[in-house]
Design a protein around this ligand. Structure first.
Ligand code: GCB
Length: 516
């Protein structure tokens, strides 16, 4: 049997599709092979490099702190569409007047030959399935009176039913009821909420929102990065138990099932691209040879092209998820070196152009504080990963507290934007206890987190806290890691460490409506 290549796609975390119509015959069997490579190079996001020795042995290195699994981890779906079909739907919501009526702006792309002669209608259904609005045409606005808002902790969802109708009235579904036949239809869930940054406040539906939760990983003992519904539900249950209202998809887009679950349960998401490890300052840590980040050897034009693609694909995939409130376009890139601003300015502009409704940010690394960083002003929020008391001031929480507070105040004074601590934490070996402030002990992890919280509560610009990490996770081999990264509040098999109880106390106490 002849084989043909029908599609290629670079990037492991966002969906792609291929039209195989011309390669198959109805009624006959065929073989479809999906093959993946996990090789990382300077033209991939995340980047990596592959060395080959004289004997032809190839070795992969990369600058990010999670294991580079191989294989197909998410669903592969074979489906068919009518020749003329709904290809894309975009929904943007707002409020009218006194805020009890919602405006739902929608835009539909219908693809296929002769698509433009097919009438399109949309209907809005509430959570019970009752129709609450309707419109005609490929774009327009539907009003929902007495709207139920999507809120943190209350993921109320509406459905936009998009129908492409037969252009000649046709027959079939719908025709019997006297209307024209429905040629294709697609149902898009959405929530009605707004997101806005005003001064140092992060507002959801016009009310200040304070993020509590974690940077996470898709990582489990047996299934690695594979998606599993049972594991997902367990992880979300633990988030609920601990009082988390949000998480960051560190350091890549998560499975779509995760985003749907977050929508439905009112969990707020900072949605991150896989652009992690664009930083030569980590060369010592990860043992790669890079000396300079921006330049032909490392983060170059090819990297930038791949980076543009991951931003486009993330926003295209996740634009209709009400849970997503911030796009994080990179984690800890080098942001002080010459070249950083020229590299990031067009990427920040691209994200804003693709989605003018959500704040855009990137996550700043500890080496590039407010005195050195050259790009954070390009973004709407300040997102910081800090390890005072761990990588610096190790075991000295008093010194760490002073340094942390001084830095947060410097950011607040420099930019006056909301600050979200997107990572803070300490590696902790579950079961190791100490009477003293001993790094790696369960007590030290809890004490360190409490120290950060004291500081956060003193700094007005703080808009959120995401502990690193939800659970212990696998990393590449290295002398800094023992069986992976142990900064989890939970172990890799999801048992709580002492810190989990301390976090639960803080996050379930004194909740305001917007944090609930
Ligand atoms: C970071 C990275 C994260 C690491 C973490 C750590 O800043 O963003 O990927 O795992 O530090 O534990 O060192």
């Amino acid at each position: 049997m002849d084989s043909a290549l029908v599609a290629e796609h670079q990037g492991g975390y966002t969906p792609f599709e291929a039209d195989i119509t011309s390669h198959v015959t109805a009624g006959e069997t065929f073989r479809l092979t999906v093959a993946v490579s996990n090789e990382l190079t300077q033209s991939t996001i995340p980047p990596g490099s592959i060395a080959e020795d004289a004997a032809g042995r190839r070795t992969q290195t990369y600058m990010h702190d999670f294991y580079n699994y191989a294989g197909i981890h998410r669903s592969v779906v074979l489906y068919s569409t009518p020749a003329v079909h709904v290809e894309d739907v975009t929904v943007v919501t707002g409020f009218d007047g006194d805020g009890t009526t919602a405006t739902v702006d929608y835009a539909v792309v219908v693809a296929g030959e002769g698509a433009d002669i097919h009438p399109v209608r949309v209907r809005v259904l509430d959570a019970e399935g009752t129709q609450v609005g309707a419109a005609e045409g490929i774009s327009g606005t539907v009003a929902i009176p007495d709207v139920v808002r999507w809120q943190p902790g209350r993921g109320y969802l509406y459905r936009l039913v998009v129908e492409v109708l037969a252009h000649d009235g046709g027959s079939g579904a719908g025709a019997a009821a006297g209307g024209p036949a429905v040629h294709d239809s697609y149902t898009q869930t959405f929530g009605v909420r707004t997101v806005e940054v005003r001064g140092t406040d992060f507002l959801i539906n016009g009310e200040p929102f304070y993020f509590t939760g974690f940077g996470m990983h898709e990582d489990h003992g047996t299934i690695g990065k594979g998606h599993s519904g049972a594991h997902m539900v367990n992880d979300f249950s633990l988030l609920e138990w601990i009082g988390a209202n949000s998480f960051r998809t560190s350091h890549y887009p998560y499975a779509e099932e995760v985003m749907d679950y977050a929508d439905r349960h009112g969990i707020v998401v900072i949605d991150e691209t896989p652009a992690v490890g664009l930083n030569a300052d980590f060369a010592g840590f990860f043992g790669t040879g890079a000396k300079k980040t921006y330049g032909p050897e490392f983060v170059n034009g090819e990297t930038a092209a791949a980076h543009r693609q991951v931003i486009e694909e993330l926003i295209a995939r996740d634009k209709n998820h009400p849970s997503v409130v911030v796009w994080s376009i990179a984690n800890e890139p080098q942001s002080s070196e010459e070249g950083a601003r020229a590299y990031f300015e067009p990427l920040a502009a691209l994200a804003r152009e693709l989605d003018p409704t959500r704040p855009v940010g990137f996550v700043n690394v500890m080496f590039d504080g407010p005195d050195k960083d050259t790009i954070t002003d390009l973004f709407d929020v300040i997102m910081l990963n800090r390890y005072y008391g761990w990588y610096v001031n190790t075991g000295d929480l008093a010194a760490a507290e002073a340094a942390l507070e001084a830095e947060l105040r410097a950011w607040e004074a420099k930019l006056g934007k909301p600050i979200i601590m997107t990572e803070y934490g300490a590696d902790t070996l579950a079961g190791f206890h100490s009477l003293y402030e001993a790094p790696w002990s369960e007590e030290y992890q809890a004490d360190l987190l409490q120290m950060y919280h004291r500081v956060f509560d003193r700094v007005d610009a703080m808009a959120g806290e995401h502990v690193w990490n939800f659970a212990d996770f696998a990393t590449s081999n290295g002398i800094m890691r023992v069986d992976g990264n142990k900064k989890g509040a939970f172990t890799r098999d999801r048992r709580p460490k002492a810190a989990a109880f301390a976090l639960r106390r803080r996050w379930t106490q004194n909740k305001t409506a917007s944090q609930a």
